[in-house]
Unconditional design. Structure first.
Lengths: 814, 345
């Protein structure tokens, strides 16, 4: 919402020397956010009123003319101009060098310089209204029409801002910051707040009084939706332009002047915050009735839209049917028309929620509905009526009030609240005297009765629409008026009963830090929705997958039940820049099953779990390297992140995995995840070109953190241990698990054997077909003595013998 | 002969001490105790000596030879310890090799930093599920049935759960605060916890608007807390993020779930409060809403608002991280683009 400072001065005596930056700051700190303070005249810097002395043809262009323009101080300048309505003696707006304009009202702002136009020197520019931002205030009737300021009786050289009364300051208020304060939606409301902030005098609006007697009447059939309706029937009006000050003020705050009758209603709304409407009285048959719409009724709105009314709609009707959608928009047929000479002015109060429903139902949010839907107090009608009538009488001296009816069917009760003063002091964290508290509240229009340990507070009508209803609201009023800056930060005290120990939270963090810091994976974030391409490629089914009603895009409706589709998308996207990388994501996944009500029995929430997924992608590593890297990250994860260890099994191949390279991850007898190589077909469907991709996904919800670190201490070996490598030929299908088992399984191949580990395996040259060579590192030692080389070799020989016997392994001779 | 030996000895000592490298030392060795070395030659003269002198001279010669050998060995060791393993033209300016290049997402990093700060003040960390009912997203937070925020926070509703009463309608949570009510319902006061998490709004995206973004909520509920305690929480967050004490101000703001409510601004870190294009020339940047939980919210959580009160802040981490590092497009956070993510360590 924009506010004009000069307009607010109609209602409050703001001192001339008021620091406007401070005003904006104070309003921002205590009431509403002032987003901008604009000195309006700056838009018209270097612009003056010029008088065209003489018009001559342009020597080189038919459409251009050269004007000799008096720009004040006796200076006559040549200005080249293409305007079609130029006349000698005309007052025009001249942009001198330095002024900022927009060519033809479009595009970027341009700074005017002296220039040559088709060979003729031109000093600045004679402007059309839209070139200097005044298109809405002075609409041009045709193209290339110059702004004619002949009606403004000012001498040549008068700064344009002075001539057009633009020496004003505009405050731009963030609407979001006052959705809870319907009383502030208008110049009067903010003026009232400024008066309270600075203890200034708020000027009273003289109430409208009439003693007209007639049979004009208004009926309200649904008082729940309309607390008050004032109708004023008048004759002696006509459609004509409103006075310049009214037009310019309407324009300054962002609306468009139309004609005097419409302008008065808009002006009063902008001034008081209470919308008003005017009907053509000749079109209203019988009298006005405010009621719910009947089934089947229709109405053509002012914006030409025909709507089928809903019985929930509140409408203004005459005996022929609806003439307006109450509080939202008038009807096209019965509002102000070009020939209007008699009007019925509506100053009314409608119930907020109903207005909101109607505006939404017909997608018609208007200046009026957006104010009504915030809940206006019905007493404000008095101000709106008084101001309206003041302007009607000023603009139409012949005006006669022929009918008046104020139906005030449901008064609003003022909020009354008792506030315990000890409570107040505790919450404020500061002692304020009774007088300080009273002062803060009374300036805002509250009535305060101090009763010793408590006070009884009565909110003014304009704060009783829901805004002030509990003692906390009163506390806020005291605090903001006292000034939030005047409260010091105070430390909070709470007894510590023990160290915070959240194992589950720590485990997820440990895993993420392990992956990122120790294993070199980069964490990524992706959206919770998945692209259909990756869903089809990776999950291959949408069964049990939840979907969004209104997804960001049609192919993004599935929300994730697995992290892998989005990881695959991320791999595909990064392939362009990287050929060897690993990424992981930790996020929530959702399943359309196992609904439960952990917090409220009436609620039913789907199954939601936390997963950790990772992708290892490389076009430079071979599959076995990539596999061992991935498996290594998983194998060492429990050890480094302090959780119960998991095991690998081959039970059920993940749909996305290669036929050979995959494993299921088990914690005890429960499956907690999968790992595997992405199948070629899946890769291709994901648009991954050259990368081999290993994936894993763990259900972090199922992982079990250990209560404490479980490192084990073993005495340092007293006698040296020796590593002894052996290479043996095995059948190509032999697996390490069996080899290991044969060496150090239930029965150790040698009593001196401490451990065995895999070094590498090799197939190829020098190895017979159907065989592979496996290099095994044996750790050999004794707790009793240092072994001789014969003893070491004999232990190794025992291992080789056992491998030969159990697995048919032969010593590699070549 | 004795003189000769002593002459040679003193000569060889000088030579050894002058030898600058292994090569020169080798030359000295062969010049004196090699086959044709001067001491070896003297040895050959022994048989021609008077027999009575022979044993003494022989002994002297052997001693001299041993002494030279020892000196040479000592010198060799000395040279060896002095020398570098590499040639003197070794280039120390070549860059180091990169350790494995992983990292946490910049928002996770910030979130963990904040968790550490709050834990040190005795706060728990709370996490909640992302799909919630409208009842917890709005009703329990004192949003009236027709409150505009129910629409303005354009919510992602779940298909098949997008109509009916508010306990039946499910959505991706539009903010975290509803989850805080769940915490309060299931724990005993006093509370102090932080609640990091991702929230979702159905919006058109651009460089400053995202559909998914990170919030960080902190809530303290106890008896006898004043809203001014909130300043301590706010300062903890900002000083952790920016590494210095950042001036903050609390000003009047309205949110249905707090009373009183605040908009909390921090001094613009780009211009230091002087005013620049980033802060729209006001010197302050709006960073978070805050306030005391509304009595109705406390009631929804099963607490007596006459007894308990508290303070709440909810900060947008994306925006803070953007400000901290000068990131100019919020969409980068969910881009999974490693060129972006690898910049944050």
């Amino acid at each position: 919402m924009k506010l004009s400072l000069s307009w607010m001065k109609d209602f409050v005596n703001i001192p001339e020397d008021m620091d406007l930056k401070k005003l904006a700051y104070d309003l921002t700190m205590s009431t509403v956010e002032v987003e901008d303070v604009e000195f309006l005249a700056r838009r018209f810097d270097h612009m003056v009123v010029g008088v065209i002395e003489k018009i001559e043809p342009h020597p080189n262009a038919d459409k251009l003319r050269v004007c000799k323009v008096d720009i004040g101080n006796g200076e006559i300048k040549d200005i080249v101009c293409g305007g079609i309505n130029l006349e000698e003696g005309m007052r025009v707006a001249v942009s001198c060098p330095g002024a900022v304009v927009r060519w033809h009202g479009e595009g970027e702002p341009v700074v005017i310089k002296n220039s040559k136009l088709r060979g003729v020197e031109s000093f600045g520019m004679i402007c059309a209204s839209d070139e200097i931002g005044l298109g809405d205030l002075f609409p041009a009737s045709q193209e290339a029409e110059i702004l004619d300021l002949s009606d403004f009786d000012v001498p040549a050289g008068t700064p344009l801002a002075d001539a057009l009364d633009m020496n004003d300051v505009l405050l731009e208020i963030d609407n979001k910051s006052m959705t809870n304060r319907p009383d502030l939606w208008g110049h009067y409301g903010i003026a009232r707040e400024i008066a309270a902030l600075y203890n200034l005098e708020l000027k009273a609006i003289k109430p409208f009084e009439t003693d007209v007697q007639s049979d004009f009447k208004v009926e309200i059939l649904n008082p729940d939706r309309c607390r008050r309706y004032i109708g004023v029937e008048m004759s002696g009006v006509e459609v004509k332009p409103s006075p310049y000050q009214m037009q310019s003020r309407i324009w300054k705050v962002g609306m468009r002047p139309i004609n005097a009758l419409v302008d008065i209603t808009n002006y009063v709304m902008l001034a008081t915050g209470n919308p008003t409407h005017a009907f053509d009285a000749d079109n209203i048959t019988d009298h006005i009735v405010v009621r719910h719409a009947a089934e089947g009724e229709k109405l053509v709105l002012l914006n030409e839209k025909e709507i089928d009314l809903n019985p929930d709609d509140l409408v203004i009707t005459d005996s022929e049917g609806p003439v307006a959608l109450a509080g939202v928009m008038g009807g096209a047929k019965d509002s102000i028309l070009p020939k209007t000479t008699r009007v019925i002015l509506e100053v009314a109060n409608f119930e907020a929620a109903g207005i909101r429903r109607a505006a939404l139902r017909y997608d018609t949010r208007t200046e009026a509905s957006s104010r009504y839907e915030k809940s206006i107090d019905p007493d404000r009608c008095d101000q709106a009526l008084a101001l309206s009538m003041q302007y009607f009488q000023e603009l139409y001296p012949e005006l006669q009030v022929t009918g008046y009816c104020d139906q005030y069917v449901k008064k609003l009760e003022n909020s009354e609240i008792d506030v315990d003063l000890t409570w107040l002091e505790k919450r404020l964290g500061k002692h304020l005297t009774d007088e300080e508290i009273r002062g803060c509240l009374e300036r805002l229009g509250f009535q305060v009765e101090m009763n010793g340990a408590s006070m009884h507070v009565t909110a003014p009508s304009w704060r009783s629409t829901g805004d002030i209803s509990i003692k906390d609201d009163v506390m806020e009023e005291v605090a903001r008026m006292y000034g939030y800056d005047n409260f010091q930060a105070t430390a909070f005290t709470t007894a510590f009963t023990g160290a915070i120990n959240q194992k589950d939270k720590s485990l997820i963090r440990n895993i993420k830090e392990y992956l990122a810091v120790r294993c070199g994976l980069q964490e990524i974030y992706t959206y919770p929705w998945m692209n259909d391409v990756y869903v089809n490629a990776v999950l291959q089914s949408t069964e049990g997958v939840l979907k969004l009603s209104t997804p960001p895009a049609p192919d993004l409706s599935c929300i994730r039940s697995s992290l892998l589709p989005n990881l695959c998308e991320a791999v595909a996207k990064n392939e362009r820049y990287f050929n060897d990388f690993s990424i992981f994501e930790e996020a929530q996944v959702f399943f359309d099953k196992n609904y439960s009500s952990p917090y409220d029995s009436t609620e039913s929430l789907p199954e939601q779990r936390r997963h950790i997924g990772a992708a290892f992608a490389s076009s430079v590593k071979d599959v076995s390297g990539l596999f061992r890297e991935t498996k290594g990250v998983l194998e060492y994860m429990p050890r480094y992140t302090h959780m119960e260890a998991f095991t690998f099994r081959k039970e059920e191949k993940p749909l996305w995995a290669d036929h050979v390279v995959w494993l299921n991850i088990y914690l005890g007898e429960e499956k907690v995840g999968d790992m595997g190589l992405m199948a070629k077909k899946v890769s291709m469907e994901c648009g991954i070109k050259n990368l081999s991709v290993m994936l894993f996904e763990l259900d972090a919800t199922k992982l079990k953190p250990l209560k404490s670190r479980t490192n084990k201490f073993a005495h340092l070996a007293e006698y040296p241990e020796t590593d002894y490598d052996i290479s043996m030929l095995f059948d190509s299908g032999a697996v390490w698990n069996d080899i290991y088992d044969a060496i150090v399984g239930q029965k150790k191949a040698s009593a001196l054997l401490k451990d065995a580990s895999f070094v590498d395996e090799y197939r190829g040259k020098q190895i017979p077909k159907g065989k592979k060579s496996v290099t095994i590192r044996l750790t050999i030692g004794s707790d009793e003595k240092t072994l001789t080389s014969q003893e070491i070799e004999s232990a190794a020989n025992q291992v080789m013998k056992k491998l030969g016997k159990k697995m048919g392994a032969e010593l590699r001779t070549q | 002969m004795k003189d000769k030996i002593n002459g040679i000895l003193s000569e060889v000592k000088t030579k050894i001490s002058e030898a600058a490298n292994e090569n020169e030392l080798q030359n000295v060795k062969s010049a004196y105790i090699g086959k044709q070395g001067s001491l070896s030659l003297l040895m050959k003269e022994l048989p021609s000596l008077d027999a009575a002198l022979r044993p003494e001279m022989g002994k002297l010669l052997n001693q001299a030879k041993n002494q030279v050998t020892e000196l040479i060995d000592a010198k060799r060791m000395e040279l060896k310890l002095k020398a570098s393993e590499v040639s003197p033209d070794f280039d120390c300016s070549v860059p180091g090799t990169l350790p494995p290049g992983g990292g946490l997402h910049p928002i996770t990093q910030m979130c963990y930093d904040l968790n550490d700060a709050f834990r040190s003040m005795g706060f728990e960390i709370f996490e909640e599920d992302e799909i919630t009912s409208e009842m917890y997203a709005f009703d329990k937070l004192n949003f009236p049935q027709n409150h505009p925020a129910r629409e303005s926070m354009d919510t992602y509703w779940i298909e098949g759960h997008d109509s009916g009463s508010t306990n039946e309608k499910l959505c991706l949570r539009p903010h975290l605060t509803g989850g805080s009510v769940r915490y309060m319902q299931t724990h005993k006061p006093p509370y102090r916890f932080v609640y990091p998490g991702r929230v979702y709004r159905n919006e058109t995206t651009d460089s400053h608007h995202e559909r998914a973004f990170f919030q960080y909520e902190a809530l303290i509920v106890d008896k006898d807390i004043t809203f001014t305690s909130g300043k301590v929480m706010i300062k903890s967050i900002l000083s952790k993020v920016f590494g210095t004490d950042v001036p903050v101000r609390m000003r009047s703001g309205f949110f249905p779930f707090v009373e009183p409510g605040f908009e909390i601004d921090m001094e613009c870190q780009v211009c230091g409060g002087k005013g620049c294009s980033v802060c729209k020339h006001v010197g302050w940047i709006e960073v978070m809403p805050g306030g005391s939980p509304h009595p109705n919210v406390l009631r929804a959580a099963g607490l007596d608002p006459d007894e308990y009160t508290g303070f709440y802040v909810n900060i947008g981490l994306d925006r803070l991280v953007m400000m901290r590092y000068g990131v100019d497009d919020v969409r980068l956070f969910h881009s999974a683009d490693l060129r972006f993510l690898k910049q944050f360590r």
